[in-house]
Design a protein around this ligand. Structure first.
Ligand code: 5AD
Ligand code: SF4
Length: 523
């Protein structure tokens, strides 16, 4: 595609803002790679860009409102004569459909998360100003036909998008040293509150060889940390020999149903499980110094995965495994497919097999019919599990979910708010205690960035009497945030993207504070 140049130097600038989860962050990276390869440049200034793209999230109403207010602002600017192309990508357009274009005429095109390979064409049409019908300005999964069988998944151009990523470290966080790799797309768990199965479609699993190839390319371009992404990573399961493309290469396939995990593995087929995949990546891509994965599902997380985590030193001892509620009645209404007892059994197994594992979780409060007793059970679960941190969300009814049709959103706003605040307080106390246990220990920190507080100091907002030190922020293998000071910006930049030993001298609910342990540093 040849975008029509606007400036004499032939480049068009794009401002891309990303909302929501890590899947969206990865999608945005791929979008950026794709468009940079076509000659676009990306910039941080929304006011000067020729094109504004929003990669949206639809999981909670708040996330949608945020992006819609940005779109509203651009509508006013367009009315006032600003020439700009506006595109909305991701889950919100997928959920809302073409009517979004009717509601917001300032939006030139929309593109769902499963159609990002069609983005260059949509963008080109918008730039060249061809007048198109609404349906031609929308790329949406819609009827799901693209995901209806192994064969259509096999033809999936999205797989090519992942495989063709540019591996260009320039525009990545942590100097290109940390990267996401998708292992599955979509979800078919159908938790009643969740839009994801509607917006991202049925679960499709990528072939292990493609995943490993991507990891290899990433380390060759400098990555040392890889985070595998999937909605329920432990449900990864790839059956070999089912479908190949014309070049004889394995292609993505629809994930097995939940019942597959109740039965023993079928020995007549060659299957790569999540445990096998972790082991292969660990062994075949030794340059990955940290291998992580999110998000885990509390069901069907067998011991073999925990044992691989324990036995492979470069796999981080960290699990993000949302409980969502501590009440069996609510879990059932949520269609989560497990009981509190089963969740706690999983946590017990994890801590027995990997004693130093850190666990993070998600909780939704105020789900329809949630009583004080249900809520107290959730509090009790949080106290039992002792999450290193626990994200708390207020239930938000989402269009096209089962819950919105089936249950009245009957917990008052104030009650939801009180419950959120209470759990944040309890969770904060527990996180504080978890973080405190690290005091006096030396931890390996993957240095991610100059901490925002330090940036403020250096911009003169909080000027100190003497030249301030620079504070760096990074993460331990268990995903605890750790900050420490170095003496100059030059040193700070040289450490970003590396793993350094830090002695922990203090802690807070969401933070370790340490001193760079220079004696223990590999020179
Ligand atoms: N309302 C509130 N929270 C939600 N989540 C997902 N859907 C909703 C909803 N409708 C939360 C869940 C999930 C996290 C990513 O967002 O806790 O794990
Ligand atoms: Fe949504 Fe449930 Fe799938 Fe998670 S497992 S993405 S909450 S449907």
């Amino acid at each position: 595609m040849q975008p029509t140049p606007k400036h004499h130097n032939g480049t068009r600038s794009i401002y891309l803002e990303t909302f929501g989860c890590q899947m969206n962050e990865l999608d945005s990276e791929l979008v950026q790679d794709q468009l940079v390869a076509l000659g676009f440049v990306f910039m941080d200034d929304r006011d000067r860009a020729d094109v504004v793209l929003f990669n949206t999230c639809s999981v909670r109403e708040q996330a949608e409102n945020k992006v819609l207010s940005r779109v509203g602002e651009l509508g006013i600017e367009k009315k006032n004569g600003r020439e700009i192309v506006v595109g909305m990508l991701g889950c919100l357009p997928e959920r809302e459909g073409q009517r979004l274009l009717g509601r917001f005429p300032q939006v030139d095109f929309i593109c769902g998360p499963s159609e990002l390979d069609r983005l260059p064409t949509l963008l080109n049409n918008a730039i060249t100003g061809i007048v198109l019908k609404i349906s031609e300005r929308a790329a949406l999964q819609g009827n799901r036909s693209r995901r209806s069988s192994t064969l259509s998944a096999a033809k999936d151009n999205l797989e090519l998008l992942d495989l063709a990523r540019a591996f260009n470290p320039d525009h990545r966080k942590t100097g290109g040293r940390s990267a996401y790799v998708r292992i599955t797309r979509g979800c078919n768990k159908f938790c009643t509150y969740c839009v994801v199965p509607n917006t991202r479609g049925a679960e499709v699993h990528r072939p292990p060889d493609s995943i490993i190839e991507e990891c290899q390319k990433l380390v060759e371009s400098g990555a040392i940390e890889v985070t595998l992404l999937g909605q329920t990573v432990n449900h990864y399961r790839y059956t070999h020999g089912v479908a190949l493309n014309s070049e004889g290469r394995e292609v993505p396939q629809i994930g097995p149903g939940l019942t597959a995990f109740k039965k023993p593995l079928d020995n007549s087929q060659r299957i790569t499980t999540f445990a096998n995949l972790l082991q292969r990546i660990h062994d075949e891509v030794p340059k990955i110094q940290r291998l992580r994965f999110v998000t885990s599902y509390p069901r069907d997380f067998q011991d073999d995965i925990l044992e691989v985590m324990r036995d492979c030193p470069r796999i981080c001892n960290y699990l993000h495994v949302p409980a969502q509620s501590g009440s069996n009645r609510i879990l059932q209404l949520m269609n989560r497919g497990y009981t509190v007892e089963e969740y706690l059994d999983f946590i017990d197994r994890a801590r027995t097999i990997i004693p130093d594992v850190e666990i993070a979780g998600d909780i939704i409060v105020g789900f329809p019919t949630e009583t004080d007793e249900d809520f107290m059970e959730t509090e009790s679960l949080i106290r039992t599990v002792r999450f290193k941190n626990n994200f708390v969300f207020s239930y938000s009814p989402r269009p096209s979910t089962v819950a919105i049709d089936r249950y009245m959103d009957d917990v008052p706003r104030e009650t939801k708010l009180e419950r959120v605040n209470h759990l944040l307080k309890v969770g904060g106390e527990i996180s504080g205690e978890v973080h405190q246990t690290y005091e006096g220990k030396v931890v390996d920190v993957f240095v991610e960035r100059i901490s925002p507080k330090s940036e403020r100091n250096n911009n003169g907002v909080e000027l100190r009497w003497r030249e301030s030190t620079v504070q760096l922020s990074g993460r331990t293998p268990g995903d605890l945030i750790c900050v420490f000071d170095v003496y100059s910006k030059k040193e700070a930049h040289s450490l970003i993207g590396s793993i350094v030993p830090v002695t922990v001298i203090g802690s807070a609910p969401l933070l370790l504070k340490g001193i760079l342990s220079r004696d223990n540093m590999a020179i």
